[in-house]
Design a protein around this ligand. Structure first.
Ligand SMILES: Cc1ncc(COP(=O)(O)O)c(C=O)c1O
Length: 411
């Protein structure tokens, strides 16, 4: 299912670089693996579309029967335009404005609320409606401090000790709490953190005993092995433990609830490659510096989270291994894809693949230094197609000027 070097080279020849490539067949197999790992009658896999909002990927998710975790009015609008029904979407933004809540409520999408202040305002404006409540699971885990979402150092979710306030607000305004939600972090490292978070949430379910409760949502965070030294996690075993804990809980609770998850990274990360061309090799004393035609605004994870992305030299796969700093073309010292990385000897003109680039890469991108985002190409059953074109610099500037209220002088 891995995309062969020849195919990636052909894509770069056809569409140029920088270009993202997504392997839709791998996404399908990851989805099916995930589904099989959690055998539960009302299992919902709510794809965290923040990971990658490419429309071919969203369409693939729809065809597989996925639901959607949306985090902004933009996410919501795109999911609806891709044909997801409001009943298939859960809305989990944080620090929402009143106007944003109103936009979501007009669509009929279920709102997931993660602060007492927002819950109080929501309850006053929308009494008697269905709602989901996001708690902070008080379990700290994730592959980097910046993506741990549990514990009181983060802004997410209502603290467990504030449950009495939740009960008061929901009772006062007759809210129908149909879901309880938590998300511990992204790239959960400890094998038992999901179970620990689930247990905390189960105590909340027992304590609140909301009569309308239909589901519990335990978020995303399912890790993938980015580095070749990492072992993949056996989610079949983990799924078995999770399902049996949940099953025992539902028996004791007296209701078979829905079991929801919100994976992003697990479903799409490994399906993505960013293809870049090397244009400069510089020897700075002992250090070999490799310059490429992309940069951190197009793939920020290494700079933002010290994330590891494996890099292959597609043009010289059997060359001797040499250590390089692999950089982008942005005017910032931190603009690096990898520091001191062993890669097969790199020459100017070589094509590199930055792997596992299907989650939180394009979607975190921007136009810093006014360079257009890469093209996006998808591969499905060996068929290759352009999913989104790369703007030319002139097209990017035309887009910016279209939104600008300041007139340029007529030359
Ligand atoms: C609420 C919520 N759900 C799901 C996810 C998806 O996480 P991941 O891509 O690690 O599965 C995130 C991302 O951090 C999130 O904030």
């Amino acid at each position: 299912m891995k995309l062969e070097n020849q195919l990636l080279k052909k894509i770069a020849e056809t569409y140029g670089t920088p270009t993202y490539v997504y392997n839709l067949d791998l996404i399908k197999s990851k989805y099916n693996y995930f589904k099989a790992a959690f055998p539960w009658p009302d299992l919902r896999i709510c794809y965290a579309m923040k990971a990658n909002y490419n429309t071919a990927i969203l369409n693939t998710m729809k065809s597989l029967g996925a639901f959607i975790d949306a985090v902004s009015p933009g996410d919501l609008s795109l999911a609806l335009k891709c044909g997801f029904k409001p009943s298939q979407i859960i809305y989990t933004a944080n620090n929402m404005k009143d106007a944003e809540v109103d936009v979501v409520m007009k669509t009929g999408v279920l709102m997931n609320i993660g602060s007492l202040s927002r819950l109080e305002k929501y309850a006053k404006k929308y009494p008697g409606t269905r709602v989901c409540i996001r708690f902070n699971p008080d379990v700290v885990d994730g592959e980097h401090d910046k993506i741990k979402t549990g514990g009181d150092l983060t802004k997410f979710g209502i603290l467990l000790e504030d449950t009495d306030q939740v009960i008061r607000i929901t009772k006062e305004h007759n809210l129908k709490v149909i879901g309880l939600h938590e998300h511990t972090g992204s790239g959960l490292i400890k094998s038992d953190s999901i179970l620990a978070a689930m247990k905390n949430m189960m105590s909340i379910a027992k304590k609140t005993n909301f009569p309308d409760l239909e589901f519990m949502d335990f978020g995303g965070g399912f890790k993938i092995p980015y580095s070749p030294d990492e072992q993949p996690i056996d989610y079949k075993t983990m799924g078995h433990d999770i399902v049996s804990l949940f099953s025992n809980f539902c028996d004791a609770y007296g209701k078979k609830l829905g079991l929801y998850f919100e994976p992003g990274k697990f479903l799409t990360a490994q399906a993505g490659h960013l293809l870049v061309e090397v244009n400069t090799i510089k020897n700075n004393r002992q250090r070999a510096i490799c310059g490429t035609d992309s940069g951190f605004p197009q793939l920020i994870r290494p700079m933002f989270y010290d994330a590891y992305h494996h890099i292959d030299n597609l043009s010289n796969p059997d060359g001797e291994k040499i250590r390089y700093d692999i950089c982008g073309n942005i005017c910032e010292t931190g603009d690096l894809f990898a520091r001191d990385r062993l890669v097969n000897k790199i020459r100017e003109g070589d094509l590199l693949s930055i792997n596992d680039a299907g989650a939180y890469c394009y979607s975190m991108g921007g136009f810093y230094n006014l360079r257009p985002m890469p093209a996006e190409v998808v591969v499905e059953k060996t068929k290759i197609r352009l999913s989104r074109k790369r703007l030319t610099p002139d097209e990017l500037i035309a887009l910016i000027l279209k939104e600008s209220h300041d007139m340029l002088p007529v030359l």
